[in-house]
Write a protein that binds this ligand. Structure first.
Ligand code: TXA
Ligand code: MG
Length: 332
């Protein structure tokens, strides 16, 4: 059932559902989450079941404000605090050392916890209402509200389509960011970028004075985690990334019947087949991120079997979009 997330009554009902151990479709500024009380292991277990997600892939704990950090994290290094001051509330998740008894099922028992304070007004209202309940719900675990490995949802309708009518979903409109939060591991003495997003590597460096390492720069034995799997974010169609020249050559080779092919590109291309769906990718990385997952879903709905996408520029602002596209392509 979809509820208007902007009404006080809906927000209260949502907070109480979380307190009772139920699941909730929660809008955030990045993507919609499938939410449950972080400290209710049975509720969190339902998230893993509903998503079909392996239990060793830890979930992010969402909090109303930075005071809730002390309920989950053992310590906050100086550079992590600088990132919190600069970007919370907002699309940034920090991996911090975990307090022993906090969010056990959410973190798969790992000794770290991922914390994020979302800026979406509906998410914020729900998290605040949760804190005011008796007993309070301090943290809300919420992976993206899609089946494991599939495209993340950016509207309430996407969530309802994925999980059916029985799930309570708060409608907070279309997500403004459109790709998942930037994840920075703060447990290794210096920032490590685990997942690129709207807050870029350059932004992080500016805020704390340290250039984040890539996970590839870590020693080989470091454990890997979920959204970091190579094949992820997959639409039903097969995705291929190409530069503009390759794309044009591929188009030239097609006869007039290039059916079931969708193209998403920034450069102007010549295409003689009317059967091909051609959509322009926005010039700006933030705008491209906002519509990325919705576009992949649209292509699936149009029956595309192949999606050819122009590789985005190799700059810091495009890193998040590039990452999602590379992983969608790896899944095919
Ligand atoms: O934007 C977002 O972050 C969205 C919205 C709903 O807030 N949530 C989201 O959650 O993307 P999910 O579960 O799809 O991605 C969680 C990511 C995974 O890559 C997971 O491995 C990583 O966070 N993660 C969570 N806790 C971690 C930990 N303790 N150590 C390492 N990685 C962790
Ligand atoms: Mg996800």
């Amino acid at each position: 059932m979809i509820l208007d997330g902007n009404l006080d009554a809906s927000v209260q009902a949502a907070a109480q559902a979380l307190q009772r151990g139920e699941l909730l479709g929660l809008p955030t500024e990045t993507v919609y989450g499938l939410a449950a009380d972080s400290d209710n292991d049975a509720a969190v277990a339902q998230i893993f079941t509903a998503k079909g997600r392996p239990a060793n892939h830890p979930l992010i704990v969402h909090v109303a404000d930075s005071t809730a950090i002390t309920r989950y994290a053992k310590e906050v290094p100086l550079f992590a605090q600088q990132l919190i001051d600069a970007f919370w509330p907002g699309p940034l998740t920090l991996i911090l050392p975990r307090l022993p008894h906090a969010a056990k099922a959410s973190t798969g028992g790992q000794d770290s916890v991922g914390l994020r304070c979302p800026s979406h007004p509906v998410a914020h209202a729900v998290l605040q209402a949760c804190q005011q309940l008796t007993p309070p719900v301090w943290g809300v675990s919420a992976p993206s509200a899609n089946k494991f490995g599939r495209v993340s949802p950016t509207t309430a309708q996407h969530v309802a389509t994925e999980f059916g009518d029985r799930l309570l979903v708060l409608d907070g409109g279309a997500c403004a960011v459109g790709i998942e939060s930037t994840i920075v591991d703060c447990t290794r003495g210096q920032p490590v970028l685990l997942r690129p997003g709207a807050i870029t590597r350059d932004d992080i460096e500016r805020a704390c004075g340290l250039r984040p390492l890539s996970k590839e720069e870590l020693p080989a034995h470091t454990p890997r985690a979920s959204g970091t799997l190579l094949a992820h974010y997959a639409p039903n169609a097969k995705v291929r990334l190409m530069d503009a020249r390759q794309l044009q050559s591929a188009l030239d080779l097609l006869s007039a019947d290039g059916k079931n092919i969708a193209i998403y590109c920034r450069s102007p291309l010549k295409c003689s087949s009317p059967a091909i769906v051609l959509r322009a990718m926005p010039e700006q990385a933030l705008a491209a991120a906002r519509e990325l997952f919705g576009t992949l879903r649209d292509f699936d709905e149009l029956g595309a079997q192949l999606i050819w996408i122009e590789t985005p520029p190799d700059t810091s602002d495009w890193e998040g979009v590039r990452d999602r596209l590379q992983r969608a392509a790896a899944a095919g």
